[in-house]
Design a protein around this ligand. Structure first.
Ligand code: PLP
Length: 434
């Protein structure tokens, strides 16, 4: 049997791109960091410099991430955990190295508690199906909030239907914060699980997940945190939050699409049955029955997204070189700067004024449909999002069918916010001659 070695492959060295150190060096400077993102130099609609303000949907990728995908397929491509040949050994080594990078990044106690998924949605479905369907009984309760992305709502609706469990919802206050008194009251029921978002993709609200986790645990419930918007934006440590599950997506944190992570507390993951079944996740199979592989493979059926995981590892390296606390502070500064600009425009209503916030800012412009505004902005080279943002119940809560959303990341600059304001003013003038 061959032993995996950590020596770089000659082939890999041949095609290795010099951009792997991107993101580091010197004080934080968004203008310098922008140069690491080739796509940000694009001009669209002939001559408009791209202002990318749709980061809550997906972030752009630095060249180091793009290049490692190319390098992987040119110099390392093989299936992992199966073959004993050289490339398979290298691919497995790098895949597992990526898992350890993620483990350290989120402060998970063991690499066995880090499961690679397709993204946040799959991670939550894994918990809903593999834990929820087996453990929830009729009239058990799952506490969610009124600000969940459909990804952390619909999977629970399905499971509730099958098990007879009930869903309860923490109300959202007018400023976009959660009603924590109501949360405390809801926890007095037969609650088995509390599942909530860390940062709202619509309101930007940062929920006090550590406090909410402690409250749920005191009530005897498990906790799942939807960290799709928080892991990209700030230091997130699962040991500190003390949650039982935490899900996030690689593509929202500079990584490739199709890769994500579910963190789970080891003792719970060990007791759970698999989610998907097939190759990789078994120990022994007969025609009649099977036994399961150890963690994390028990939850990684089939060929995984090897290049995606390696790309995510490089994205984590990049984010760590910039610094997660630096990113948090800058995103918050830019978001507040955007809100100040929007507040100065008559007829603009911003949704979400909670004391702590991330980089997503949702708003409506009186008399201008969000889709029309998004098209207006697009013509000026500004990418924003419009619609229900996969949070229809939250739209209902605020009495709107849709909103516009501009969401910043650390490579955005104030000048892009000025351009957004100019586009909004143009749209307003067009639709009501104001
Ligand atoms: N949860 C939140 C808060 C999100 O913002 C998103 C995506 O926008 C998701 C879940 C779903 O993420 P994905 O589509 O990557 O699975």
């Amino acid at each position: 049997m061959t032993t995996p070695s950590s020596a770089p492959s000659t082939l890999a060295a041949l095609v290795h791109c010099a951009c792997h150190e991107q993101g580091g060096g010197g004080p934080f400077d968004p203008l310098r960091l922008r140069k690491d993102f080739p796509i940000l130099t694009l001009t669209v609609h002939k001559d408009k410099t791209l202002a990318y303000l749709d980061n809550a949907a997906t972030t752009q990728k630095p060249a180091s991430v793009v290049c490692v995908l190319c390098e992987y397929y040119q110099a390392c491509n093989a299936n992992v955990h199966r073959s004993l040949h050289y490339l398979a050994e290298q691919a497995t080594l790098r895949f597992e190295e990526a898992r350890r990078k993620v483990q350290r990044f989120i402060g998970a106690p063991s690499e066995r508690s880090v499961i690679f998924t397709r993204g946040t949605t799959e991670g939550i479905n894994l918990v809903a199906q593999a834990w929820g369907r087996r453990n929830l009984k009729p009239n058990d309760e799952v506490v969610l909030t009124g600000m969940e992305h459909h990804s952390n709502l619909v999977p629970w609706q399905l499971v509730a239907k099958e098990t007879g469990a009930k869903l309860k919802f923490v109300p959202v206050l007018d400023d976009g914060a959660l009603d924590l008194d109501a949360y405390g009251r809801l926890l007095k029921g037969r609650v088995r699980l509390a599942a909530f978002t860390h940062i709202s993709n619509v309101l930007g609200t940062v929920n006090p997940v550590k406090q909410m986790t402690a409250m749920a645990h005191a009530a005897g419930a498990l906790v799942l945190v939807d960290a799709a918007q928080s892991v990209p934006n700030r230091p997130v440590n699962v040991a500190d939050i003390d949650c039982d599950f935490l899900a996030f997506s690689g593509h929202k944190m500079l990584g490739p699409t199709g890769i994500g992570v579910l963190y789970g507390r080891l003792e719970i993951l060990e007791r759970m049955e698999p989610f998907l079944a097939g190759g990789e996740m078994i120990n022994r199979v007969t025609l009649e029955e099977s036994t399961w592989a150890d963690l994390p493979q028990k939850f990684e059926a089939g060929t995984p997204h090897v290049s995606g995981a390696i790309g995510l590892g490089v994205a984590v390296d990049y984010l760590q070189r910039v610094g997660m606390e630096t990113i948090r502070a800058y995103d918050e500064h830019l978001a507040r700067s955007m809100i100040a600009r929007l507040d100065a425009i008559p007829g603009v209503r911003v949704f979400g004024r909670a004391p702590e916030r991330g980089g997503a800012v949702s708003f409506e412009v009186e008399g201008v449909h969000p889709h029309d505004l998004a098209q207006f902005c697009d013509k000026d080279g500004i990418a924003i999002r419009a619609g229900h943002l996969c949070a229809q119940p939250l739209m209902q809560r605020f009495g709107v069918p849709a909103v516009s959303r501009a969401s910043v990341y650390f490579y955005n600059v104030e000048e892009e916010l000025d351009r957004l304001v100019q586009s909004i003013l143009k749209a307003k003038a067009f639709f009501h001659g104001a």
